[in-house]
Design a protein around this ligand. Structure first.
Ligand code: BES
Ligand code: MN
Ligand code: ZN
Length: 494
């Protein structure tokens, strides 16, 4: 699918415009109504169109236009937001991709813009259209003998009054982001017998092959051992898959510029280990490398965008399996930081692998470290599947991430790091801290996990994203979401 922009709304094979509920068309719809000598408003008067959210109505071969028209409902005009626009794009993309048309004009951007819109908003409406059409077109069919029929859609012409250069850069940004999101979704959708730690390492090496700005280095178990990563290695002990510690380096600026370090949880499958999970739904734990996938996806986008910054990606990756050699509840391990950890529950493994990666991150003297992890079921109870949790003690970093979240509509909600909750982890007499609350209390599970991580992230400004709810969604529209690549790329680039 190819994207271009045009400052006039000339219909191609078809054209997509918006209609506000019980109200008027958006700017593109009004234009098209004039071009069609009032055919569109006639459809409205006859009550065929209501303009409700999710509504999509085709009018084929509208005579005055020699083109077909898709009218998409925008919902109430006074409640129209960026989120409504995303929904309208989603509806439009679904209809467009199913249609027989090759070249479609899309007028919807005009529904959100007015004379006072900022340059940033104008850029976003264009790039988001590119992202959403790509998002809807994604299929995961690697293992299907027969692929679903390909869409006829080849070109989307975005209606935008902006100057060509601004449009061109917005389209390029949207395409880079869409590629990053697709990359992350595919890695998450792949089953764990394919997407092993070795596979993830291979993907990181492939990114370095494709972009001269990216360098990748893989640490094998032996090297991790030499570095003292006893916490990370304790998780892989039960598995026959070799663990990998993946290091990616994006260099867009001088060496003197401090990098941002992204740390992604890369558990290729989480059985829980000896503290084994129930059978029902365990298959979904192939997504436990969603944090790692979002880091890889972000690097995929950086390769295209070439921003003048430095970024390091760290992915501790292994399988969490039960076996005769697996770590057992009550075992004590020594982390790279020197702190000892009593593993009271082998299913709280994400924090164990992240602890050593957070210590490893110190060597970069980073400007900031952000870890991204499908860390706790508790965060799903707290925030559901639309909102990821943001934890940070650093006001500047937290504010910047929330700003990016607001801009991209990739929702983050800031949660408190409650100092008192750390105490539930330091009561153990066997080690410096335990990996779950002594006594096994489950309250505030996502916060307790953040308290644990913070003990290993004191040398730099740090933020933690618990993405267990948002990285994948079991539903009709597919599994992996590619979140939070949008917010990470926005944070890094802006
Ligand atoms: N990978 C899971 C968290 C998870 C749960 C991700 C559901 C996606 C969906 C994590 O390793 C885990 O098992 N966490 C435990 C922690 C507990 C033992 C303190 C949990 O949330 O139950
Ligand atoms: Mn687990
Ligand atoms: Zn896990």
């Amino acid at each position: 699918m190819h994207f271009t922009t045009q400052s006039s709304l000339l219909p191609q094979d078809a054209v997509i415009v918006g209609l506000f509920q019980d109200d008027d068309f958006d700017a593109s719809g009004q234009l098209l109504d004039e071009l069609s000598n009032g055919a569109l408003s006639a459809f409205k008067t006859r009550g065929i169109l209501k303009g409700k959210t999710g509504e999509a109505h085709w009018f084929y071969d509208v005579a005055a236009l020699e083109a077909s028209v898709l009218v998409v409902g925008l919902g109430k005009a006074d409640k129209y937001t960026k989120d409504s626009y995303i929904k309208a794009l989603h509806t439009a993309a679904k209809a467009a991709l199913k249609s027989p048309f090759k070249k479609i004009s899309l007028g919807l951007a005009s529904s959100l813009l007015n004379d006072s819109s900022s340059a940033e908003d104008k850029r976003w409406v264009i790039s988001q259209a590119v992202v959403e059409f790509n998002y809807v077109s994604y299929r995961f069919e690697d293992f299907k003998s027969e692929a679903s029929p390909a869409s006829a859609l080849e070109e989307v012409v975005l209606f935008s009054a902006e100057e060509a250069n601004a449009n061109e850069s917005a389209i390029r940004y949207g395409e880079a982001l869409a590629n990053g999101i697709r990359f992350a979704r595919h890695a998450v959708d792949l089953p764990s017998n394919v997407a092993t730690p070795t596979y993830l390492a291979g993907q990181a090496l492939a990114l370095a092959q494709q972009s001269s700005a990216i360098q990748t280095q893989i640490l094998e178990e032996k090297e991790c051992e030499a570095l003292g990563m006893g916490s990370f290695l304790s998780v892989t002990k039960g598995s026959v898959e070799p663990a990998k510690f993946i290091i990616m380096n994006y260099k867009g600026a001088d060496d003197s510029v401090a990098p941002v370090v992204l740390v992604g949880k890369g558990i290729s499958f989480d059985t829980g280990g000896i503290s084994i999970k129930p059978a029902a739904g365990m298959d979904e734990m192939k997504m436990d490398m969603g944090g790692a996938a979002s880091v890889l996806g972000t690097f995929r986008a950086l390769a295209d965008l070439k921003p003048k910054i430095n970024v390091v990606g760290l992915i501790p990756s292994c399988e969490n399996m039960p076996s005769g050699s697996a770590t057992k509840p009550g075992d004590v391990v020594k982390s790279m930081s020197g702190k000892t950890i009593e593993v009271l529950n082998t299913d709280a493994e994400g924090r164990l692998i992240l602890a050593d990666a957070l210590t490893y991150a110190e060597r970069y003297n980073p400007k900031a470290v952000i870890d991204i992890a499908t860390l706790t079921g508790a965060v799903i109870v707290a925030l559901g599947t639309d909102v990821a949790a943001l934890y940070s003690d650093d006001e500047t970093l937290a504010a910047a991430l929330l700003k990016s979240s607001e801009r991209t509509r990739d929702h983050l909600w800031r949660m408190p790091i409650v100092n008192r909750y750390l105490e539930s982890l330091t009561k153990t007499t066997c080690a410096d801290l335990s990996n779950i609350a002594t006594g096994g209390g489950r309250s505030a599970g996502s916060i307790v996990a953040a308290c644990f991580l913070r003990e290993f992230a004191k040398a730099y400004p740090w933020a933690h994203l618990d993405i267990a709810g948002v990285a994948s969604q079991s539903g009709a529209d597919g599994f992996a979401t590619g979140r939070p690549v949008s917010v990470l790329v926005d944070y890094l680039v802006n």
